[in-house]
Design a protein. Structure first.
Length: 561
């Protein structure tokens, strides 16, 4: 087997792992390119033709065309920017995006466009000639740097971007004015980034969002259709400081990605207000005291409370001074406080609906359908509790259900719309033994709340809303499930294929970290019983004892069917 065959097989292997090998190409149906530098090769598929384009060494392959009827592949040095195109049936032209693009990503090291003038308008010198300047960087010395013609390039990885030697004898070189590719850089915190970077900041390849290996997770494209969780590209679906991904390293669950910031202005986020409108995400007033009277900590400070909601991490959230803001989709504007005992609190902001001369202030808004009932006790296991208690049994303050700080989680109002997850009030969305909450203490993820059980008299007089189709505690032990089986606590322990389940506490044959009895103490992860700790729409599942299959679903029937 010669060198080219090895390269081709390696490329095919690498491409097969993450899906679409044609993602770096633009295709045009029925287009035929007239190219002087071309080579016809055998290929049984478009993907194989793409791999041969990547492996070509006699010239830089910028495009290929595939004749599907004849299974004929032609790789070419030109593309539609330099050669004419004609129409032809049964042919598809594939051109590398990088050679069509006239914008740069990051410092433009990979820029392969055709701009050939400096920012001051001077024509560039060809990289292959020695007049008027003897070049340090030439096509012979740097064959992979794209030093073609007199196009602007960045062969030395200059942080200022692409440049060229000039045709002015008095000016050896100058930089070029290359715009940024906005689909490969991020505005703000990258909430709307839709580029194709798929490696973390330490160089680890990202795990596909649709995969559950090596890391099981709940960020599935089907569950978050508006977050563009495509392939294994870096994304920011949950309000982190910048895009991230789960990694293909079994020992590192997730990591941030190194996405360059766009230099162009971010898109407008709508009008701003000096009063409270909606959740206050566009509030830009100067209130800097919380509803409980605590002075706000400056957003740029890390004392008395350390945090990552800084102006640097969230440049578009206007985190000025110590003014109340809502950078993360909370129920209302808030701030960290200067009291070391109170990490954060909501602020009182004048409502935009009130008179400009009124001194009336409103607390953080609560949607009418979720207005809490004044209850100081709970009945049963507290699933119907809708009171306003927000303190744990050890006196810790509860974290808001919509917040991801200090604890990231999936118990959000969007995922549990009927659980009454309002503000930071104690609730029981997962049928635990009593109401609980995530805490604002970074060292303690969650605790039960400081609530008593209602007496028999209190249960009779309290008007609790009914919860439809929710099984009682006794139902949880039945060998059938309600809905998606989130509350199933039966003892089935084999998959639909009949493979025994791996114990949740075990790490063999499959290592895992997110779904263990310690990390999910309310999910019923006992022994090796089938469970649904992440609310999977397909029902209960388990890690399998088959080393070749990470997990599979269980055959649990619906109750009453």
């Amino acid at each position: 087997m010669d060198h080219k065959e090895v390269v081709l097989l390696l490329l095919l292997f690498l491409k097969s792992g993450l899906g679409d090998s044609l993602d770096d190409y633009v295709n045009t149906q029925g287009a035929f390119l007239f190219s002087l530098s071309r080579k016809q090769v055998a290929a049984r598929s478009v993907e194989e033709c793409a791999a041969k384009c990547e492996a070509e060494t006699n010239f830089i392959c910028r495009a290929f065309q595939y004749h599907s009827k004849d299974q004929q592949c032609v790789v070419m040095a030109e593309n539609s920017k330099t050669s004419p195109i004609a129409r032809m049936r049964d042919v598809v032209l594939f051109e590398k995006r990088i050679y069509l693009s006239e914008c740069k990503t990051g410092n433009g090291k990979n820029y392969r466009g055709t701009t050939s003038k400096t920012k001051s308008g001077v024509i560039c010198q060809k990289w292959s000639v020695s007049s008027p300047h003897i070049p340090k960087y030439s096509p012979e010395k740097f064959p992979l740097a794209g030093l073609e013609e007199n196009y602007c390039r960045n062969p030395d990885n200059d942080e200022k971007g692409p440049w060229c030697y000039t045709t002015d004898p008095e000016t050896r070189f100058d930089y070029c004015d290359i715009p940024e590719c906005e689909d490969e850089c991020m505005h703000c915190s990258g909430e709307h980034y839709e580029g194709k970077i798929s490696k973390t900041m330490s160089g680890i390849e990202c795990q596909s969002w649709g995969s559950q290996s090596p890391h099981a997770h709940g960020y599935l494209p089907s569950k978050f259709p508006n977050k563009n969780l495509k392939m294994n590209y870096c994304r920011n679906p949950d309000g982190e400081p910048r895009p991230w991904c789960f990694t293909t390293d079994p020992n590192k669950r997730w990591e941030f990605c190194d996405i360059p910031r766009c230099t162009t202005p971010p898109p407008t986020s709508g009008p701003t207000y000096q009063c409270l409108k909606g959740r206050g995400e566009n509030y830009r007033g100067t209130v800097s005291v919380t509803a409980s009277g605590h002075t706000c900590q400056r957003w740029s400070a890390q004392s008395p409370h350390k945090h990552n909601r800084t102006p640097e991490n969230f440049p578009c959230k206007n985190l000025e001074e110590n003014y109340c803001r809502n950078p993360d989709g909370e129920t209302a504007p808030w701030c960290y406080t200067t009291d070391s005992e109170v990490r954060w609190d909501y602020c009182k902001i004048p409502s935009c609906g009130s008179s400009t001369t009124s001194t009336e202030y409103l607390d953080a808004p609560v949607p009418p359908e979720q207005t809490p009932v004044a209850q100081d006790c709970y009945r049963g296991n507290g699933e119907s509790y809708r009171g306003t208690s927000s303190t744990t049994i050890t006196g810790r303050k509860c974290q808001s259900w919509v917040s991801m700080t200090p604890h990231r989680h999936e118990k959000t109002p969007g995922n549990f719309p009927n659980a009454g997850l309002t503000m930071n009030y104690c609730r029981n969305p997962d049928a635990d033994k009593s109401p609980w909450c995530y805490t604002t203490d970074p060292r303690v993820r969650w605790e039960y709340c400081n609530l008593k059980k209602c007496s028999e008299t209190e249960q009779q007089v309290t008007n609790f809303p009914a919860i439809a189709q929710v099984p009682s505690v006794e139902d949880l032990s039945e060998d059938c499930m309600f809905g998606n089986g989130k509350r199933y606590r039966g003892k089935r322990a084999t998959t639909v294929a009949g493979v025994p389940c791996q114990e949740w506490a075990a790490q063999e044959p499959h290592r895992h970290s997110i779904f263990t009895p310690e990390t999910n103490p309310r999910a019923g992860l006992e022994k090796n019983y089938c469970r649904n700790p992440d609310g999977d729409d397909n029902g209960p599942w388990c890690y399998t004892t088959n080393p070749q299959k990470l997990f599979d679903y269980c055959d649990v029937p619906q109750c009453g069917s």
